[in-house]
Design a binder for this molecule. Sequence first.
Ligand SMILES: NC(=O)c1ccc[n+]([C@@H]2O[C@H](COP(=O)([O-])OP(=O)(O)OC[C@H]3O[C@@H](n4cnc5c(N)ncnc54)[C@H](OP(=O)(O)O)[C@@H]3O)[C@@H](O)[C@H]2O)c1
Length: 244
Amino acid sequence: MQGIAGRTILITGASRGLGAALAVAFGRAGARVAICARDGQALDAVAEAVVETGAVCYTRALDVRDEGKVEAWVRGAEQALGTPAVLVNNASALGPRVAIAEHDVAAWRETLDVNLTGAFLTSRAVLPFMLHRGDGVILNVSSGAAAPPRVEWGAYAVSKHALEGLSLNLAAELAGTGVRVNIVDPGAMRTEMRAAAYPTEDPAGVKLAAEVTGVFLWLAGDEAREVTGQRFRADEWAERRSSP
Ligand SMILES: NC(=O)c1ccc[n+]([C@@H]2O[C@H](COP(=O)([O-])OP(=O)(O)OC[C@H]3O[C@@H](n4cnc5c(N)ncnc54)[C@H](OP(=O)(O)O)[C@@H]3O)[C@@H](O)[C@H]2O)c1
């Protein structure tokens, strides 16, 4: 992938699951990687795996709902690694999967705050750097649950629908600036979130997060420099790439 080596990539929710797989995949592609999540110990283990690829890794334990800490992470990454070139908004809370009429109010607010407002806060923090340089990529991780109606998926489904709205509005507002915004639905992955959502499923039949990183690398790279305001499903993208 052209256009990734040497660039600074920020990934939220990288203490496990897809975020951790992306951190290693971008490290392997030669990027300078900045990661965050709440669990500092788990982040350090991911950072070690990133460093093993030969990349540098900047970590900060934080909650993406905390505006001040998000801004400090972005500023720290810029100072340690260079201008943020790519932001992946991956951090997410599943929340209770119940009917909206029965939803707990605090859990509703928390899920929307993490999945939607968290992505707004990180985007707002990186944009001055990206706009100054006239170059940048924001990738928002959505879900099949974003397509309504998704019955009894509570605030999670609504938050992903709203995240897609945020992505499309932001892409339109940033048209012509050199900053691109796209949505990725990674599909089912063998992670803690999937196990929580489908506790009776045999995980052996579900893809590893490391198997769906290709579309993120492609969207971050030069080949996708004209692509903005679009939604990608990781499996469809991989099929298109492999068909002659
Ligand atoms: N797994 C699937 O099958 C599937 C399918 C479709 C879409 N997705 C989407 O793919 C993305 C990754 O999911 P995953 O399956 O890898 O989930 P996961 O295993 O539950 O990991 C979620 C990550 O988000 C972090 N996180 C959660 N709340 C946070 C907060 N308040 N502040 C900072 N970080 C926070 C967690 O770290 P800490 O707990 O350390 O904070 C963790 O690193 C999510 O956006 C999810 O919605 C997943």
